[in-house]
Ligand binder design. Structure first.
Ligand code: NDP
Length: 247
């Protein structure tokens, strides 16, 4: 069941046109928030998302590029107004054992998954501070907590998000801005569907609930965290992983 919340809050979801991000965008739109969804290059998915959801504010820019974020945010604010809520969701994997990892794979993952969190948070937090309200939520990963073979780059970025968020939470605690992290386990999305079936089967067998998570489970938690009433939850990391890693 969904409820419409009396709100005029503006929310930006990076990587908001596919997978977990699309689910967050859709749920927040249903709840009455003004949603802007961003993406990188998959125009077809973005077009389909726009048509199916009726969310008009869809913006294409690279969250790993500070100048592109500056321009993108200016466009979003011109269309919807000042940004109250930021969901840093965009992310990629470029897996490889470290002894074979190229600098490109390392840099791509760090810039897209971690520099992006700096870029987008840096460019929105001043407005949030000055208006006395803000919510920043970043999507980490179970593998940022547990580590994972072949993911030194991804785990470094995802665990970096946690230290970043705890520090920022302290900086803005007196300004009405909360900063939290969600660390999903394996969720049914394109990113997970790309894993070879025999490996995925093994992964699922190790999840205590014996299934993949849904994107809606993550969206629900976002809805909880961004609520105006939720002023007391900050600097926290929420594990949503079917019991696979108990931190
Ligand atoms: P998807 O691959 O389904 O979607 C990724 C989204 O991010 C797309 O919209 C993509 O845009 C966008 N994106 C990628 N690179 C950039 C960039 N440089 N600039 C702007 N947008 C970009 O991912 P998921 O939904 O699976 O994952 C979402 C987040 O959750 C990621 O941070 C991921 O690491 C994390 N996560 C996912 C898990 C899972 O099981 N799926 C588990 C744990 C964490 P485009 O459509 O144009 O390609």
């Amino acid at each position: 069941m969904t409820r419409k919340i009396e709100t005029s809050r503006v929310i930006v979801v990076t990587g908001g046109t596919r997978g977990i991000g699309a689910s967050i965008s859709k749920m927040m739109h249903k709840f009455g928030y003004k949603v802007a969804a961003t993406y990188m290059g998959n125009d077809e998915a973005a077009k389909e998302f726009k048509e199916k959801t009726g969310i008009e504010a869809v913006f294409k820019f690279d969250v790993g590029d500070f100048a592109a974020c500056e321009k993108g945010i200016a466009k979003i604010e011109a269309k919807l107004g000042p940004i109250d809520i930021l969901v840093n969701n965009a992310g990629i994997t470029r897996d490889s054992f470290l002894h074979k990892m190229t600098p490109e794979k390392w840099n791509d993952v760090i810039r897209t998954n971690l520099n992006s969190v700096f870029n987008m948070s840096r460019l929105t937090v001043e407005g949030m501070r000055s208006r006395g309200f803000g919510r920043i939520i970043s999507i980490s990963s179970i593998n940022g907590l547990s580590g994972a073979m072949g993911q030194t780059n991804y785990a470094a970025a995802k665990s970096g998000i946690i230290g970043f968020s705890k520090s920022l939470a302290l900086e803005v605690a007196g300004k009405g801005v909360t900063v939290n992290v969600i660390a999903p386990g394996y969720i049914e999305t394109d990113m997970v569907r790309a894993i070879a079936p025999e490996i995925l089967e093994k992964i699922v067998s190790k999840i205590p609930v014996k299934k993949l998570g849904t994107t809606r489970a993550i969206a629900r938690l976002v809805a909880f965290l961004v609520d105006d009433d939720n002023q007391f939850t900050t600097g926290a990391t929420f594990n949503v992983n079917g019991g696979q890693y108990l931190a």
